[in-house]
Design a protein. Structure first.
Length: 84
């Protein structure tokens, strides 16, 4: 027979799940809010540097989104495990 779930741990996990869901929603909105469209007034070397910087920014945002998504999924799994 398994012991009943620890209510303090369960509430802490639920809190983390809610917080991570909120953060994930914000991070998912970042690309459209934070990364400007590719067109710009820059020309030549400056344009390439600008395009590279925007690509690096987009990649960092997407990596952050993936990390937060994994953290959220793991928190949900932990919550379910404690509930059982």
């Amino acid at each position: 027979m398994t012991p009943p779930p620890d209510p303090v741990l369960l509430e802490l996990l639920r809190h983390h799940v809610r917080e991570l869901a909120t953060i994930l929603a914000h991070v998912e909105a970042f690309p459209s809010e934070l990364i400007p469209p590719p067109e710009s007034q820059w020309r030549g070397v400056a344009r390439r540097a600008y395009a590279d910087a925007m690509q690096n920014l987009a990649s960092a945002v997407h990596r952050a989104e993936a990390s937060v998504r994994v953290a959220h999924e793991l928190a949900v799994l932990a919550e379910r495990a404690v509930e059982q």
